[in-house]
Design a protein around this ligand. Structure first.
Ligand SMILES: [Zn+2]
Length: 347
């Protein structure tokens, strides 16, 4: 399906498909990045995703209270989520308007509306109620938005075509984009994900607005989602892997537990040309930051390749090539391609 190739924000344009690294302002590794002791994630990507709950109540909260961008040496688009997922996990309920005002205060370039992500094993009556709350919260935020420059994305939930159709029918048409959530607990079920994402993409395509996908981005999904025309996605796999001392293999794109294998494969990224396994294994934040940036470099390298091939219309060639080292890339892609064909979804 067609992709909206550029998303214009008040701090620059996001060329799509784009992967936004998820960042926070919490302790340790983030201090290293903010002080630029190690090149930070936000210098390597088109845009960055900040998680609101990981900005609130941090020592940086005061500093960013009149604009996020002051903290960074380079101005690039910043997407601030609503913290709905973390709030759900912590059992806190936020006021949607309060969340919106905080995003406005931070001068987010893109903000997502406060939502109520659906956990696994929820009973049906409660589930529909949560969907309704997310819809109301999104429409309410749109009516109350004050900061014109900030793009507002409505959070979308639903697990069947019918639910997604209903959800979109209840959403106002004036959002700048849409962001689909609740998929993290289901991220291993690629068949269901593809079905849900296609349905959402059909609606955003009709409305001529971009679609963002929260938190589901292993490499096989990254390829399939780009093929499906999803404009932006976010991931913090690069960072989570670094916490476990896992190194993303530059060829198989799989996470390698360094202590277990005792060796790391050759990598040409700017971190690995200067540092090696011993530099990544230390227990402090700097080695972790280096490892995270190697991991992110691999994500960004793949994203760049995907972009080039999407533009040249040769994504299949790239998938064939990548599948030699990682068969799951082809498996997920083939499923997406057949799903599109069988459902006669217009390309
Ligand atoms: Zn590397």
């Amino acid at each position: 399906m067609d992709i909206i190739s550029k998303i214009k924000t008040s701090n620059g344009t996001i060329k799509t498909p784009a992967l936004l690294p998820v960042c926070a302002l919490t302790y340790g590794v983030w201090d290293v990045f903010i002080e630029e002791k190690v090149i930070p994630p936000w210098k390597l990507s088109e845009a960055t995703m900040f998680s609101l709950e990981y900005v609130r109540n941090t020592k940086y909260e005061e500093k960013v209270s009149d604009g996020f961008h002051k903290l960074f040496t380079e101005k690039k688009p910043i997407f601030v989520d609503s913290g709905g997922f973390q709030s759900m996990k912590k059992g806190i309920e936020r006021d949607p308007i309060d969340v919106l005002r905080f995003q406005e205060k931070l001068k987010a370039d893109v903000a997502a509306t406060f939502d109520y992500p659906v956990p696994l094993n929820i009973d049906n009556s409660e589930y529909i109620l949560m969907l309704e709350k997310s819809i109301n919260s999104a429409n309410l935020a749109l009516q109350n938005k004050k900061r014109k420059e900030m793009l507002l994305y409505a959070c979308v939930h639903g697990f069947s075509d019918k639910e997604i159709d209903w959800y979109f029918s209840k959403l106002d048409h004036d959002f700048d984009g849409y962001a689909i959530g609740s998929l993290v607990p289901r991220k291993n079920d690629y068949k269901s994900l593809i079905k849900i994402i296609y349905r959402a993409k059909m609606h955003t395509h009709k409305r001529e607005k971009p679609l963002h996908l929260f938190g589901v981005t292993g490499f096989p999904m990254l390829y399939a989602l780009s093929f499906m025309g999803v404009e932006t996605m976010d991931s913090w796999t690069y960072l989570v892997a670094s916490i476990y001392k896992e190194y993303i293999h530059p060829e198989t794109l799989k996470r390698v537990r360094m202590r277990k294998v005792g060796d790391i494969p050759k990598c040409e990224c700017f971190v690995c040309s200067e540092f090696g396994m011993d530099d990544f294994l230390g227990a402090t934040s700097v080695p972790q930051a280096y490892l995270a940036i190697h991991n992110l470099n691999i994500f960004m390298r793949e994203m760049k390749l995907i972009n080039e091939h999407v533009n040249r219309n040769s994504i299949e060639e790239l998938i064939e090539e990548k599948s030699k080292k990682n068969q799951r890339i082809k498996l997920v892609y083939d499923y997406a391609k057949n799903y599109l064909k069988n459902n006669k979804i217009i390309e």
